[in-house]
Design a protein around this ligand. Structure first.
Ligand code: HEC
Ligand code: HEC
Ligand code: HEC
Ligand code: HEC
Ligand code: HEC
Ligand code: HEC
Length: 217
């Protein structure tokens, strides 16, 4: 009898528990999972791989879930106006270094490039990979998206209006297009301390192409 009593008690306990966790479950919003995203978002326009899943899988971020970057999504379907992905969440050092672009303060400056403007969104590769947007051979195109845009250049009163054309007709550009990556590319002449995360205005005394630094650069 004592055994049966014990059994009854555990059964009641079990039912109560199941009941409470059931209520808890129904009252909670379930966090979405990455595979659900693909139901509505298949094609990733212009990215290597063609869809979000393949682009991520082939990138430096293979293994990351959609929600590791899209942290603002808490339920589905998601809102249409989400805040931008913040790469600095995991790349604190780069985010700390990247404070200026030309005379613009990051991230508040209007038209200032964000991480994804240079690196891409989902198909990000290391700069040593020829398919990377920041591989030396692709920088003229990546930087040129803004620096060949005359409206943008005029709006920001940038003095040299055709840096890509000038570059591509130069001995550096020709060597680079011919596949000799040791030739100087945008980054080599404009980056302070060798990182594109510190590209300053030529008027800045720290800029490698400041009048006084040109002989050294
Ligand atoms: C039921 C369909 C549906 C599911 C599931 C879904 N989305 Fe969306 N999502 C949309 C719609 C509709 C839009 C707005 C139109 C568009 O940009 O395609 C959108 C827009 C977006 C945007 C752009 C938002 C902006 O501010 O422009 C992102 C990023 C996004 N979704 C990510 C995700 C991620 C990550 C998941 C998985 C956790 C997901 N979505 C699951 C329907 C869905
Ligand atoms: C490494 C971070 C990262 C991961 C992981 C990631 N995304 Fe994104 N995604 C971005 C960035 C950056 C943008 C550009 C807009 C922004 O900043 O919010 C973006 C934009 C989008 C958009 C808006 C349309 C577009 O192409 O710009 C959709 C839809 C989207 N992502 C879906 C997904 C899905 C689905 C997954 C998982 C398979 C995923 N993302 C994983 C970084 C990421
Ligand atoms: C959830 C964390 C996370 C987020 C968010 C994230 N990354 Fe990463 N990223 C990683 C990890 C992990 C690696 C691989 C380890 C490493 O090499 O640092 C990586 C590697 C990289 C690399 C290659 C590093 C190398 O040394 O080759 C680049 C470039 C990069 N991420 C850029 C970005 C950009 C741009 C964004 C925003 C669109 C972003 N990441 C968002 C975690 C993240
Ligand atoms: C061999 C070195 C060198 C290379 C390579 C190079 N530049 Fe320049 N760039 C310069 C110099 C020098 C100036 C002129 C600065 C001045 O007027 O004081 C300049 C000017 C500029 C300016 C305008 C600055 C201003 O205030 O007017 C931009 C933008 C620019 N370059 C972008 C690029 C891009 C994008 C690339 C790659 C396609 C590139 N540069 C490649 C040396 C270089
Ligand atoms: C103006 C273009 C530009 C912007 C904006 C930019 N990067 Fe980069 N990034 C580059 C280039 C070019 C390289 C490779 C050479 C170097 O270090 O300058 C690079 C290198 C890196 C690397 C080292 C791994 C590699 O591929 O060499 C990481 C990680 C990285 N960037 C993350 C970020 C993050 C995170 C942000 C935003 C906070 C960001 N970048 C913004 C152009 C950019
Ligand atoms: C998303 C657009 C965008 C991208 C991509 C971009 N830039 Fe810029 N860049 C700007 C804007 C806007 C300014 C104007 C800031 C200012 O007033 O100096 C600027 C300023 C500059 C300046 C300083 C010009 C001056 O007169 O102060 C240089 C040099 C420069 N960029 C080089 C580059 C290089 C090299 C790359 C690629 C690694 C690049 N940019 C990528 C938008 C962009």
């Amino acid at each position: 009898m004592r055994v049966v009593n014990g059994l009854m008690k555990s059964l009641v306990c079990f039912l109560l528990l199941a009941c409470f966790s059931g209520i808890g479950y129904a009252g909670q919003i379930e966090k979405p999972i990455s595979s659900e995203c693909l139901d509505c978002h298949d094609i990733a326009p212009g990215e290597i791989g063609g869809d979000y899943d393949k682009a991520i899988t082939g990138s430096v971020h293979s293994g990351l879930e959609c929600l590791d970057c899209h942290t603002a999504i808490i339920e589905l379907p998601n809102e249409e106006n989400l805040p931008a992905v913040y790469c600095g969440e995991c790349h604190e050092e780069e985010a700390n270094t990247y404070q200026w672009h030309g005379r613009l303060r990051v991230p508040n400056g209007e038209d200032v490039p964000v991480c994804a403007d240079c690196h891409g969104k989902h198909d990000i590769r290391p700069s040593t990979d020829q398919r990377s947007r920041v591989h030396p051979i692709n920088l003229p195109e990546t930087c040129g998206r803004c620096h060949e845009d005359l409206d943008l250049i005029k709006k920001h009163e940038i003095y040299v209006q055709k840096p890509i054309e000038i570059y591509e007709s130069s001995v550096h550009g020709k060597a680079s297009l011919g596949g000799i990556y040791v030739a100087a590319t945008c980054n080599d002449c404009h980056s302070v301390g060798g990182t594109a995360h510190r590209i300053l205005s030529p008027g800045d005394p720290e800029s490698p192409i400041n009048h006084f630094n040109v002989p050294h650069t």
